[in-house]
Design a protein around this ligand. Structure first.
Ligand code: AMP
Length: 287
């Protein structure tokens, strides 16, 4: 496995690669969710590149940039054992050298949901992803459905700016109890971890209710908020039924929709989502 630590070294390595590249951008603290993206890339490309970069420009001033986990050696071993061809881990100084001042400004889709509580977050995400795409120059980029808004905002950027890459969204990898895998799950104390699957249970309850004919977004959203309130120890940031492509809110589920949620458990912010559908729509994957 090649370990590449600067844009210059990436340019040198990239010019020596002939075949297709699949690219998995991450912030490290790798888990099986990240590895499912690696697997997806490896089945379609002879060469898979994983980047590990904790990107400062996507964190707000009071967020967890400094405490974000950075288990460098464990990440490296995990990539090696899963057949990653190149691990790209540039440092902040080489990604944002003195004088850096150019950013990608995403549109309305980035302003709501996570964008509302994290101003500037998707501007930072889009900017770093475009930089990484320019550096790695892959045929495909693999992103998780776990970060549903991020996936759609990046799809939009790739389309709007004619970035020559195929975007592939991969299903959410979950712990045994249903909690979506996330590097931030390690912030949960053992007592907070118990019951952290309430987000998943709330989404399943909404999916079941919708399937049984409860199509009003307001009722589904209230059901979810009530479940978290009953469980206790949660502060719900948003629970919304939205259009799967545009992420615009939906009042009534006609056929299918995306249920997106964000909530805090103590100081840990968790997000999750699930497709839901009404009684007469065709079964969805995973049904
Ligand atoms: P992160 O390191 O959290 O920035 O995530 C890097 C990539 O892995 C993003 O495309 C995420 O959506 C994806 N990812 C993170 N957690 C999961 C998960 N549980 N299942 C699938 N993909 C995930």
């Amino acid at each position: 496995m090649h370990i590449i630590e600067s844009p210059e070294a990436m340019a040198r390595w990239r010019s020596s690669v002939r075949g297709d590249i699949g690219f998995v951008p991450t912030m490290g603290a790798l888990h099986e969710g990240h590895m499912s993206l690696v697997e997806a890339s490896r089945t379609s490309h002879p060469c898979t590149v994983v980047s590990v970069f904790v990107n400062p420009t996507q964190f707000g001033p009071n967020e967890d940039f400094h405490k974000y986990p950075r288990p460098v050696e464990i990440d490296e071993a995990m990539c090696l054992s899963r057949g990653v061809d190149a691990l790209y881990r540039p440092n902040v100084e080489t990604m944002y050298p003195p004088g850096f001042q150019t950013f990608v400004e995403p549109g309305a889709m980035a302003a709501r949901w996570c964008g509302a509580s994290r101003p500037g977050h998707f501007r930072g995400v889009c900017s770093v992803v475009l930089k990484l795409l320019n550096q790695v120059s892959p045929q495909s980029i693999y992103l998780g459905e776990k970060d549903a808004q991020q996936l759609r905002v990046i799809r939009r950027m790739v389309s709007d700016l004619n970035v020559p890459v195929q975007v592939t969204g991969c299903p959410i990898a979950r712990e045994k109890d249903g909690l979506a895998m996330s590097s931030r799950n390690r912030y949960l104390s053992p007592s907070q971890r118990i019951g952290a699957d309430a987000l998943f249970r709330g989404l399943i309850a909404a999916k079941d209710a919708c399937h049984e004919g409860c199509r009003h977004a307001a009722d589904l959203e209230a059901g979810f908020r009530n479940l978290l309130a009953r469980e206790g120890g949660w502060e719900c940031e948003y629970a919304a039924v939205v259009d799967d492509d545009s992420l615009e809110p939906i009042n009534l589920v006609e056929s299918k929709a995306l249920f997106i949620v964000a909530a805090r458990r103590g100081t840990t912010r968790l997000i999750d989502n699930m497709m839901i559908s009404g009684p007469d729509s065709a079964p969805m994957a995973g049904d």
